[in-house]
Design a protein around this ligand. Structure first.
Ligand SMILES: C[S@@+](CC[C@H](N)C(=O)[O-])C[C@H]1O[C@@H](n2cnc3c(N)ncnc32)[C@H](O)[C@@H]1O
Length: 229
């Protein structure tokens, strides 16, 4: 992937602008997130319209981008970290009222909680790995139970291949989660995406998987599960 592919799109620039008044640390964090995570193909996997829930939204950049990228989406982001949700809510307040206030909102939610649906889609972006494998499976089961018929579950996590990218990512997460404590959590568990897909298939979903790591140091991976309509 070329560097040009990481330059923020118009909606990406719009989402980043929502953080213009945020503390420097938050501004830096959201810019690093844009450059390091492939938000565009992840948002493209969401329906263009409907109610969408992001679990583990952090400062809310992906939710804001997904809402700005398609005017038919109403996006709700939840996270266990009250400081991040405070920053996300401040960003949502900066949204131009003419552009549809109410399509983007945030709330603190306890670990493992899935706000009541029905949701047209639930998305998690680099969050499941902070739960133990059994907790990941439980959360996905609850997310699927909260989906409307035909609903979609979009999971962007790190894959386990190639091994050198997994090792690089594990080193970086050790720094972020255990040393610097930038991310809430005490450990991490990278599950093989084929195994995660199998859980969703057992719940009646059809699944599609795709590597998103071309030209990137991290083994980004996308899994999309769809319920029958
Ligand atoms: C690496 S950040 C990703 C944030 C955002 N999804 C993004 O892509 O920029 C992981 C987020 O998951 C949140 N998190 C960790 N455990 C969680 C849980 N059990 N329930 C909800 N959020 C959780 C953390 O607070 C953190 O904001």
């Amino acid at each position: 992937m070329s560097l040009a592919a990481r330059v923020p799109t118009a909606a990406g620039r719009g989402a980043l602008r929502l953080y213009a008044g945020a503390p420097a640390g938050v501004r830096a964090h959201v810019h690093v997130r844009w450059w390091s995570a492939p938000f565009v193909p992840v948002a493209d996997a969401l329906p263009r319209a409907g109610r969408i829930l992001e679990i583990g939204c952090g400062h809310g950049l992906f939710s804001a981008y997904a809402a700005l990228a398609a005017p038919g989406r109403e996006v709700v982001g939840v996270d266990i970290d009250p400081d991040k949700i405070r920053a996300a809510k401040a960003a949502a307040r900066r949204w131009d009222p003419a552009d549809g206030v109410g399509r983007l909102s945030f709330a603190v939610a306890p670990s493992g909680a899935v706000p009541p649906g029905p949701w047209d889609a639930v998305v998690v972006v680099d969050m499941l790995y902070l739960l133990p494998e059994a907790g990941q499976r439980r959360l996905l089961e609850e997310a699927v139970a909260a989906l409307a018929p035909g609903g979609r579950l979009v999971v962007k996590e790190m894959g386990t291949e190639p091994r050198w990218k997994l090792r690089w990512n594990t080193w970086q997460e050790t720094l972020s989660v255990k040393v610097l404590r930038i991310t809430a959590g005490s450990s991490f568990d990278f599950v093989d995406p084929a195994e995660t897909a199998r859980w969703l298939e057992e719940l009646g979903m059809t699944t599609a998987t795709r590597r998103l790591d071309r030209g990137r140091l991290h083994p980004h991976h996308l899994l999309v599960g769809t319920l029958p309509g």
